[in-house]
Design a protein around this ligand. Structure first.
Ligand code: NAD
Length: 478
């Protein structure tokens, strides 16, 4: 099946000949093709978004919120087929795909609730008889560029705050996972979404993505993906001084103190590495364990990881995780593990390609002991079911290790000592810290990385206001 772009409320053929083939990472089977959109296609989508924006922004916010609720309702009606499509093209287990679909609908409803809460300010003037108003205005047309790991949710994470604040949007899904995005556009037909308010262009980063990020007609590019691409997008946006909102990679440290509930820490770290086959930006990517409990923790985590099962999630609903997204992802994970072993890491469990799968990019659940801070596997994002473990002596050393990273998205600490937890929170330099729980952000929080993990953030009030620009009006009474 060949799918088309969605421009001005219609599925529209591409003006170019480029094509992207989408495959099931569990089996290698072909799923569909989408256009590798040309600059002309992208510009046509931006024109549609531009033409729709003025009228859209004139509607009361509560009316705009109603569209988000209508989309949420349509998503819920099709929850199961949508989940299956996500699993087929992305490889996550069905249970997680169902959570993603439900969370997407909830997120749209949540952002709709902000409609009556978008607030400006009235500022005290220095001049007699003057009033100063600060309004929050839409930015105009937003370009949303998405990754493949939570492909359906990311549509809502960008479109919902953009639309409720009066912007229109052009979305470019990942070329790995466009099918669910096509289905999102199909369900818009069942709502009264005005043409041009949401547009979708497919294609690769170097073509469609670059054309979107470098267009002078978008007011903001909201991007989620890798640091390297984030940097390329900043460069593409730079000539036009286009605002960028970047949600980039992570290398979340998990600090396990000797007084921690070890079973809890094991469960949470395991969940972090198993969920979506370890391909989640906020999940624990390196574990620091206090020396006294390193043996016990490593043994228990290895046993827990060994007990997880992987395989084709559509063929067997009971597996814990599926394949990695593609060959490049598989090679990266395998290369990092081999490099770590060559540099002295000890394989506590796993360490190789999954033996059960004839096809698909499966990787064994892996725990590596004896890792050091200078190893590549402790410094680079792995994005696979692999846990490198480094030991430390005291909290100061653990915090120093944790902070010694280009990434600054999320972090976690396991301890029963409130003072230790507080000291860690005061000294750890990350956008998010989880204490005694698994890493997973809330929609009312603010998901924003420090250092190379991003600029700006998503979710909650602060994420909403990323999609606005201020307008200060000075009114002098005569
Ligand atoms: P990626 O950077 O390879 O691709 C993301 C998107 O950017 C795709 O749509 C791609 O086509 C596009 N793209 C690639 N090159 C481009 C260019 N030059 N110009 C414009 N667009 C371009 O990332 P990915 O592999 O899809 O996703 C995995 C990465 O995303 C990981 O690093 C992960 O940590 C990160 N991520 C971060 C968050 C967060 O909230 N911080 C959430 C999910 C994923």
């Amino acid at each position: 099946m060949h799918y088309q772009n969605f421009i001005n409320g219609r599925f529209t053929p591409s003006t170019g000949n480029g094509m992207v083939e989408v495959r099931n990472p569990s089996t290698g089977a072909a799923i569909c093709t989408v256009p590798d959109s040309s600059t002309e296609d992208v510009e046509a989508a931006i024109s549609a978004a531009e033409a729709a924006q003025k009228e859209w922004s004139r509607r009361p916010a509560v009316e705009r919120g109603k569209l988000l609720r209508a989309i949420a309702a349509e998503i819920r009606k099709r929850a199961e087929p949508l989940a299956r499509i996500i699993t087929e093209e992305q490889g996550k287990v069905l249970g997680l795909a169902r959570v993603e679909v439900a969370f997407t609908a909830d997120y749209l409803d949540y952002m709709a609730e902000w409609a009556r809460r978008i607030e400006g300010e009235i500022l005290e003037s220095d001049r007699p008889g003057e009033t100063i108003f600060l309004f929050r205005q839409p930015i105009g047309v937003v370009g949303g560029i998405l990754p493949w790991n939570f492909p359906f949710f990311l549509i809502a994470r960008k479109a919902a705050p953009a639309l409720v604040t009066g912007n229109t949007i052009v979305v470019k899904p990942s070329e790995e996972t466009p099918h669910n995005a096509v289905k999102f556009c199909e369900l818009l037909d069942e709502t009264d979404a005005p043409p041009g308010v949401i547009n979708m262009v497919h294609g690769r980063g170097a073509t469609a993505g670059k054309a979107l990020a470098s267009s002078r007609r978008i007011g903001m590019v909201s991007f989620t993906g890798s640091v390297e691409t984030g940097s390329a997008i900043m460069a593409a946006a730079a000539p036009n001084i286009t605002k960028v909102n970047l949600e980039l990679g992570g290398k979340a440290p998990a600090i396990v103190m000797a007084d921690a509930d070890i079973e809890l820490a094991v469960r949470a770290v395991k969940a972090s590495r198993v969920i979506n086959s370890g391909q989640v930006c906020n999940c624990a990517e390196r574990v620091y364990v206090q020396s006294k409990v390193a043996g016990e923790f490593t043994e228990k985590l290895s046993a827990a990881m060994r007990a997880t099962r992987f395989g084709d999630p559509l063929a067997d609903e009971t597996v814990d995780y599926g394949p990695l997204i593609n060959e490049a992802g598989y090679r990266k994970v395998d290369g990092l593990v081999r490099g770590a072993v060559a540099a002295g890491a000890a394989v506590a469990t796993g360490g190789a390609r999954g033996e059960t799968a004839a096809e698909g990019y499966y990787y064994q659940p892996t725990v590596l002991a004896n890792c050091r801070q200078d190893m590549e596997i402790v410094r680079r994002e792995i994005f696979g079911p692999v846990v490198p473990i480094v030991t430390f002596h005291d909290l100061d050393e653990a915090v120093a290790f944790a902070n010694d990273s280009d990434y600054g998205l999320t972090s976690s600490i396991y301890t029963r000592d409130l003072n230790v937890a507080l000291k860690a929170c005061q000294e750890i330099r990350f956008g998010e810290t989880y204490i005694n729980r698994e890493n997973f952000e809330a929609m009312q929080g603010f998901h924003a990385g420090w250092r190379k993990s991003g600029i700006g953030g998503a979710d909650g009030k602060h994420g909403l206001y990323e999609y606005t620009q201020t307008h200060v009006v000075y009114i002098q009474r005569q």
